[in-house]
Design a protein around this ligand. Structure first.
Ligand code: ZN
Length: 108
């Protein structure tokens, strides 16, 4: 079987992230409607909300990065580092399909 290409992988990842963000949104709306919980439940719910908030932030950041990588692929720049313009190695793109920088520019 052929390896799926990078764009296909990213498009699948985008759908997955969008679904995840939607689930976090659903969670947020569902809990905000419930007010008759006892205190212990409210506390554990608040902790849970923090975790969900953090996960949602992470997913949103990741989605933005996936969108950026897809935009660069569409612009025929998918294999170029957005910072220095060097070619991003195939191995790196395989390991991190959503990257838009070469390994020398990641930390910068
Ligand atoms: Zn670079």
């Amino acid at each position: 079987m052929d390896k799926p290409n990078r764009k296909t992988l990213l498009e699948e990842l985008r759908i997955e992230l969008q679904e995840r963000i939607q689930r976090y949104e659903d969670h947020r709306h569902r809990i905000s409607g419930v007010l008759d919980k006892d205190l212990e439940e409210q506390v554990s719910q608040a902790l849970n909300d923090e975790v969900v908030d953090r996960l949602q932030d992470e997913a949103t950041t990741e989605l933005a990065q996936v969108e950026r990588a897809l935009a660069r692929i569409d612009a025929q720049l998918g294999e170029r580092c957005e910072k220095c313009g060097d070619t991003i190695t195939a191995g790196r793109l395989e390991a991190l399909p959503y990257t838009t920088r070469c390994k020398n520019c990641v930390a910068a």
